[in-house]
Design a protein around this ligand. Structure first.
Ligand SMILES: [Cu+2]
Length: 355
């Protein structure tokens, strides 16, 4: 099939080439120089330019119609909503500039196509124009940067005191989560102590770590509660990426990085969102084509740095639940360093909230 298409393309190119030759020869026979550009040629080029502009805009609109409903759903974190607002604001400016400047470019080509006997005017310098195209973008950039820095400062500010501390630990190719336990303090860790089952290199002499809880399958977060993430990496650069919360931070070997956000929608709430329902319907339709089972919406923690061979599979499920569900989830987990919990029997509650 591919071969047939290639042959057809080659033959089409040859046919066009021959056609051009025929036109050239016929003009020579008529005594006209085929290389001489006439007003008619220029006018045609001008019209084609304007046509191209409208086709380009139609193509962009068509792409938006086609893929516009495959974007991320509404943000599930507090500051994420502001990040979205800023992104849309930027998009608005970029789209306006794109539409207007391209229109001017192609419209000028159409309106002022070359005519016989007409000379283009030569403008060496124009103060007024220089001012306009310097000052206007400067003002627009100032507004964008002003909003950007303001939001950036709030996103990157240290978490308020007393915020729940959770460690995200990255390694090729999986995530581990360490909850700080009842004291809300993470025990010390050192890469030199990584050995056997002590994958996180925890310091067993630090009492703050006795109640730390390590989870390697689900990152469970209570809704409406700020979480202060402390992020480490064991081996190479990774990136903690939780697109639904608009959160991303590098995981750097040898240093701790930080990020905090407040989840505002539980997994169950998100699954009921009409946009998410439609999105998942499309996802499952695609999965069905390759005989894969249907899946439900889940928040995800992904790696967003190409960190090695199975980077694409470096992910962890994130569940946002009510404070009660969070409590139940934590009660079924034991502290890493043999710390005995006061609760006796672990409650039999599923990891996922009911749906
Ligand atoms: Cu990675």
């Amino acid at each position: 099939m591919t071969l047939v298409i290639i042959i057809i393309l080659i033959l089409a190119a040859a046919a066009i080439w021959q056609l051009v030759r025929v036109v050239e020869l016929s003009s020579r026979l008529k005594g006209v120089d085929p290389n001489k550009i006439t007003d008619w040629d220029n006018r045609l080029q001008g019209r084609l330019m304007l046509t191209f502009y409208f086709l380009l805009m139609a193509f962009c609109w068509w792409q938006y119609e086609l893929y516009g409903d495959k974007m991320l759903p509404v943000s599930a974190s507090e500051l994420g909503e502001e990040i979205d607002w800023l992104l849309n604001f930027n998009f608005l400016i970029v789209i306006i500039v794109f539409v207007v400047t391209n229109f001017l470019l192609f419209y000028m080509g159409f309106k002022y196509y070359g005519r016989k006997g007409q000379k283009a005017s030569y403008i060496a310098h124009n103060n007024k124009m220089e001012m306009i195209w310097t000052v206007v973008p400067a003002i627009v950039l100032f507004v964008i940067i002003f909003f950007g820095i303001d939001l950036w400062n709030r996103v990157m500010s240290p978490a308020p005191k007393g915020t729940r501390v959770v460690e995200i630990y990255a390694q090729q190719f999986k995530w581990m989560v360490r909850y700080s336990g009842t004291d809300n303090l993470l025990g010390k860790a050192n890469y030199r102590l990584i050995k056997g089952t002590n994958e996180l290199g925890l310091d067993t002499t630090d009492a703050a770590g006795y109640d730390d809880i390590i989870v390697n399958d689900t990152l469970f977060l209570p809704v409406g509660d700020e979480v202060d993430f402390h992020i480490r990496s064991q081996d190479v650069l990774h990136s903690m990426y939780m697109p639904h919360f608009r959160a991303q931070m590098n995981c750097v070997p040898g240093m701790e990085t930080y990020f905090h956000f407040k989840p505002t929608k539980t997994t169950v709430q998100m699954r009921k969102d009409p946009y998410v329902i439609e999105l998942m319907r499309q996802v499952n339709e695609e999965r069905k084509k390759s005989n894969k089972e249907a899946v439900e919406f889940d928040y995800l923690l992904l790696c967003n740095k190409i960190c090695g061979a199975t980077h694409y599979n470096m992910q962890m499920k994130v569940v946002v639940g009510t404070p009660e569900e969070y409590k139940a989830f934590m009660e079924r987990r034991n502290a890493y360093l043999g710390y005995k919990k006061t609760t006796t029997e672990p409650k039999k509650v599923a990891d996922q909230p009911a749906h």
